[in-house]
Structure formats: structure tokens, C-alpha cells
Write a protein that binds this ligand. Structure first.
Ligand SMILES: Nc1ncnc2c1ncn2[C@@H]1O[C@H](COP(=O)(O)OP(=O)(O)O)[C@@H](O)[C@H]1O
Ligand SMILES: [Mg+2]
Length: 296
């Protein structure tokens, strides 16, 4: 599944060959399952009068191998859900579970062997004075993985950069190349789950689709599970099979990408989101099967 170099809402409903829909659903009972289970998640910041209830009673399951998009307007609580999962926020209640294991407030190293996160801004997420080699070696050391040379070269090839990028520093890389390094760093731990927070929205439009294609290829090659936040329905429709819609900290609807393309949302808010993307439906189909060049 490839798309052209521009990536915007025009890809919504575009009939690209989506992989089969795997259901996500609210869970009634907790059960041993591979993948992510979120039940009754509340997350808050601050206390008393200052308290912000960022996430309210969200339940969501991402089965192993599935790719679920979390959409909704800015401030609706999308990033906060990922941050609670990765242990970056500890003011939460409810039930979080990964591969059958219930999560507490602190994450073990074993958790990060399994779950890695890719952030929105590749400029902020790479240390300016660390070379690509340092970034990847440190991650491999942290996860006690040997055979460092082979792994680093392999990772750079897997993300479409190649070994010539190994000793570069962030200022010697474009935004897209930096995001490829950030993805390589996430993959270095050999995780089965990637949490992606707006992984393309800080990038030039011309580079966004290449990163999306890369994520799509990596998922297929490595059988990864994705939970991806985006405010862009087109991005989510490209990479995910199902979509969870957030509004004001609540999950208001889950639907398949097929339903999305068929405009079969039932909740008024989702219908509004869809309507705002309707102008792009005209430009469907044209994006299919085009190849893109690597490493921008
Ligand atoms: N560290 C924080 N301290 C206080 N409020 C926060 C913090 N992080 C997020 N929030 C608030 O929580 C709500 C949800 O934020 P966020 O999850 O970042 O939204 P989204 O990712 O959907 O744009 C917003 O009202 C935001 O202002
Ligand atoms: Mg966010």
C-alpha cells in the first residue's frame, strides 16, 4: 500500500487496499489477551480547583497485530492516553494491560522491550549532540542487545536511511530523516507495540507520506501493533484499520476504516469530523500504488 508524496485529508475515503478490519471494542470483563487493553481509564492533572480531567472513563482494546487510530480535536486527551500507557503520566485510575499483564504506576524495563513510543517532533526527541550511532547504541545497550554493528546497520537500512547516516548528528539530518532515526530507535528494542503520537504532523507535507509508507511497511514486516494518535483522519485512514474518536476526554465512537469511508459514523461529533473532510472525497483513488523515494 503506497501513497504519493503529499499527504493530507484527500486520502480519506480513498479506496486504497486496506488490510482487513479487526474489531476493537469496549471490554466488559478483563481477560488475558495479547495487545493493549484499556478499561475505565481516567487521567487528571493538577489538584482541587486546578484539576483538569484529561481522560474520562475510556475503554479500548487494541488486539495484537491491529492498528488503531485515535482521532479527535486538539486537547481531547489523545496524547494523555499514550502517556499513561508508557508511564509518562502517573495520575490515572482504571485498568491498563499489555499482553495480559496489568500495568501499575511504574514501568519495568521489560515493558519497554515490548512497547515503544514515537513522538511528534523529531527535532525535540533527538539529543542534538548525540550521533545516530550513539542514539542507537545506547538504546541497544539499555535493552541488553548485542551484535551492535550489525543491528545498527540493519536498523538504518530498515528505516530507509542506510549506513552512511550512522555517524551523522541531528543537525545534519532533515526532519524526515530525523523521524526515521526516531523510528529506528523505537525499533532497536524489538518491540511488538508502537505508540505513535502524531508521527508525521511536524513534518513537511512532502515528507509525511513517505514516513507513513515506512510505518506501514514496518508494521507488515515486523507484525507490529500500532496505536496511533492523529488529528488527521486521512493519516489514520491510511495506516489503521479502525478508529477511536475522542472528544473532551471521552471516547465517543469506534468505527472501522470501511465505515469511515462509507460515512457510517453514528455519533454527531464523528459525523462533524467526517463532514469537515468531505471536500476531499473528490480527489480519491488517484493516490494508489505510487512509489516514493526514500530518506527525505
Ligand atoms: N502536563 C499537563 N498538565 C496539565 N494539563 C495537561 C497536561 N497535559 C495535558 N493536559 C491537558 O489535558 C487535556 C488533554 O491533553 P492532550 O492529551 O495533550 O490532548 P490531545 O493530545 O488530544 O491534543 C488538555 O486539556 C490539556 O491541556
Ligand atoms: Mg496530542
Amino acid at each position: 500500500m503506497r501513497i504519493q508524496e503529499t499527504c493530507h485529508d484527500s486520502f480519506l475515503l480513498s479506496g486504497i487496499g486496506w488490510t482487513p478490519y479487526r474489531n476493537i471494542y469496549r471490554v466488559d470483563g478483563l481477560h488475558m489477551t495479547q495487545g493493549i487493553v484499556i478499561e475505565g481509564l481516567d487521567v487528571w492533572f493538577g489538584e482541587h480547583a486546578e484539576r483538569v480531567q484529561a481522560v474520562k472513563g475510556v475503554s479500548l482494546e487494541v488486539a495484537a497485530g491491529a492498528s488503531v487510530g485515535l482521532v479527535g480535536e486538539s486537547g481531547s486527551g489523545k496524547s494523555t492516553i499514550l502517556r499513561a500507557l508508557t508511564g509518562l503520566v502517573s495520575t490515572w485510575s482504571g485498568h491498563l494491560q499489555v499482553d495480559g499483564e496489568t500495568l501499575g504506576k511504574r514501568r519495568s524495563r521489560a515493558f519497554y522491550d515490548k512497547v515503544q513510543m514515537v513522538f511528534q517532533d523529531p527535532y525535540a526527541s533527538l539529543h542534538p549532540r548525540h550521533s545516530v550511532d550513539q542514539v542507537l547504541s545506547e538504546t541497544l545497550a539499555l535493552h541488553k542487545l548485542g551484535d551492535v554493528d550489525r543491528r545498527i546497520v540493519g536498523l538504518l537500512e530498515d528505516v530507509g536511511l542506510g549506513r552512511q547516516f550512522r555517524f551523522r548528528y541531528p543537525h545534519q539530518l532533515s526532519g524526515g530523516q530525523r523521524q526515521r532515526v526516531a523510528i529506528a530507535r523505537a525499533l532497536a528494542a524489538e518491540p511488538s507495540i508502537l505508540l505513535l503520537d502524531e508521527p508525521t504532523s511536524a513534518l513537511d507535507v512532502s515528507v509525511q507520506a513517505e514516513i507513513l509508507n515506512l510505518l506501514s511497511d514496518l508494521r507488515e514486516q515486523r507484525q507490529l501493533t500500532y496505536l496511533m494518535v492523529s488529528h488527521n483522519l486521512a493519516v489514520v485512514a491510511h495506516l489503521c484499520e479502525s478508529i477511536a474518536v475522542m472528544q473532551n476526554g471521552q471516547l465517543v465512537e469506534t468505527l472501522s476504516v470501511q465505515d469511515l469511508r462509507a460515512m457510517q459514523a453514528t455519533e454527531p461529533y464523528t459525523r462533524e469530523l467526517l463532514k469537515s473532510s468531505m471536500g476531499y472525497v473528490r480527489s480519491t483513488q488517484r493516490a494508489d500504488d505510487s512509489q516514493t523515494s526514500p530518506a527525505n
